[in-house]
Write a protein that binds this ligand. Structure first.
Ligand code: UDP
Length: 238
């Protein structure tokens, strides 16, 4: 196994599959099954879950009534709903979990705590981090980088619809080429928006390897953990 401890970023987009909002049960089942395979191999998996399938804080339409801070809190609560739903799918395939929230709500989740998160990972539990960082003006991508650093993850895996970073938008240009490896600096210079800048800067400054990969292609998660070169690896230097 190449990456013993990983942090998987599951975005709202991944959770809603082909739907326009909400959850796609089929996808959730697939992700849960794939995570179980990695746990059975002895891997340690933490998840940061997004909320964009339910609510995003910043939107021009909402701005007139719901302000940014209010919108961001609603967005963070959306991630809690996703976390509870995904926990149920993991339980269903026999994976033990613990939800940790950055905004306290003791009835449904543990408050975020790094020591208990690491203990749970060592016991083979999947730790689901919800409510982002608990602060407005951040995203779950930034939360994913920060939590990955805190738990000392070997890698941050960002699952998307595209199988990596390309020279141009592969949906618009058939000559677009995929990078196997790329540096944070190059991603920044090329203006590629795979994660928000705060997340990227934090990853770069702290030397966290990030892999952008197609989460919907079967077994990709297991293959990545085992060391297969899938997607695009973003590192400080390459
Ligand atoms: N959010 C926030 N602080 C955080 C994480 C998330 O305010 O630390 C809010 C923000 O409004 C964001 C929403 O929660 O739009 C949902 O998260 P995100 O857009 O990152 O989800 P994803 O794109 O992964 O589905």
């Amino acid at each position: 196994m190449k990456y013993k401890r990983s942090l998987l970023k599951l975005s709202g987009e991944a959770l809603m599959g082909k739907n326009e909002f909400g959850l796609d049960s089929h996808r959730l089942q697939q992700y849960a099954q794939e995570i179980k395979t990695v746990i059975d191999m002895g891997g340690e998996v933490a998840i940061v879950i997004g909320g964009g399938n339910i609510f995003r804080g910043f939107s021009k339409i909402k701005k007139r009534t719901i302000n940014r801070v209010e919108g961001d809190y609603i967005g963070m609560l959306a991630t809690v709903m996703n976390g509870i739903a995904f926990q149920a799918y993991l339980k269903n395939v026999g994976v033990s979990t613990s939800i940790q929230t950055a905004i306290r709500m003791d009835q449904i989740a543990e408050p975020f705590g790094i020591h208990s998160a690491i203990k749970n990972l060592e016991k083979g539990k999947v730790v689901i981090f919800v409510a982002g960082l608990g602060n407005p003006y951040f995203t779950t991508d930034t939360a994913a980088v920060l939590r990955a650093l805190e738990i000392k993850a070997d890698v941050l895996l960002k699952g998307t619809k595209v199988d990596g970073i390309y020279t141009r938008d592969p949906e618009k240009d058939k000559y677009a080429k995929k990078f196997k490896n790329i540096s944070f600096d190059m991603v920044y210079q090329m203006g590629i928006k795979v994660m928000d800048q705060t997340a990227f800067i934090l990853g770069n400054e702290n030397n966290l390897p990030i892999i952008i990969f197609d989460i919907n292609r079967k077994e990709n998660f297991k293959k990545l953990i085992s060391g297969e070169e899938i997607g695009t690896l973003v590192t400080k230097n390459h």
